[in-house]
Design a binder for this molecule. Structure first.
Ligand SMILES: [Zn+2]
Length: 202
């Protein structure tokens, strides 16, 4: 595989995939080269089809096929709750756990992610969906990182003029967690969600 431009380009591309570095990329390319007809040919065709036909829904952020509508936001069950997540993988985890029945809204990242522009995060379309679908609760399920919490705060602000309940996943101090050993996100979250222990006023 020495100095063949096509192969080197392929290795570079594959090593950009999650969990793969140059070493595993080389092993994958070797496997592909040894199975040209069984792997490379169908994979190239499938990739071309996916590139051509599968796009991100610009209303809810899910993947949809051009040949039919978006199954994620054209759900006919008339839910009254919508759960806001960063990525499709987050939706899969919540769906697998069966704890939530309702619509999903996939932002496609967080506000401070590198190269992520606010406009790409589908926050305006979330506001539209909340209005259109007669939603009465928006559940913010962004991660407990500074970026995730900043994004949740921004969304909360964008929804403040709508008559809708906004809730957030509980993300407090872990039991036994020492302040100094907490990551920034947990600490940020713990501060933001701090509760009043003694109330003198009412
Ligand atoms: Zn959709």
């Amino acid at each position: 595989m020495q100095n063949i431009t096509e192969i080197e380009d392929l290795i570079k591309l594959i090593s950009k995939l999650p969990g793969l570095g140059p070493k595993s990329a080389k092993r994958i390319v070797l496997k592909l080269m040894n199975n040209r007809d069984e792997l490379i040919k169908p994979m190239a065709n499938t990739l071309a089809q996916v590139y051509k036909n599968v796009v991100r829904c610009n209303s809810c952020g899910a993947l949809k096929s051009n040949s039919n509508g978006c199954l994620n936001c054209e759900n006919t069950k008339n839910y009254n709750k919508i759960c806001v997540v960063e990525d499709i993988a987050d939706q899969w985890s919540i769906e697998n756990s069966n704890i939530f029945q309702g619509y999903f809204h996939i932002l496609g990242g967080t506000i401070s992610s590198v190269g992520q522009r606010k406009e790409d995060l589908l926050i305006n379309s979330l506001v539209e969906r909340v209005n259109r679908e007669k939603i009465d609760e928006v559940i913010l399920a962004t991660s407990a990182t500074v970026e995730g919490q900043t994004t949740a705060y921004y969304i909360q602000n964008s929804l403040k003029n709508l008559n809708v309940k906004i809730t957030k996943l509980a993300q407090g101090l872990p039991v036994g967690g020492e302040i100094e050993s907490l990551d920034d996100g947990t600490l940020f979250s713990a501060f933001k969600n701090r509760s009043n222990l003694v109330s003198n006023s009412d």
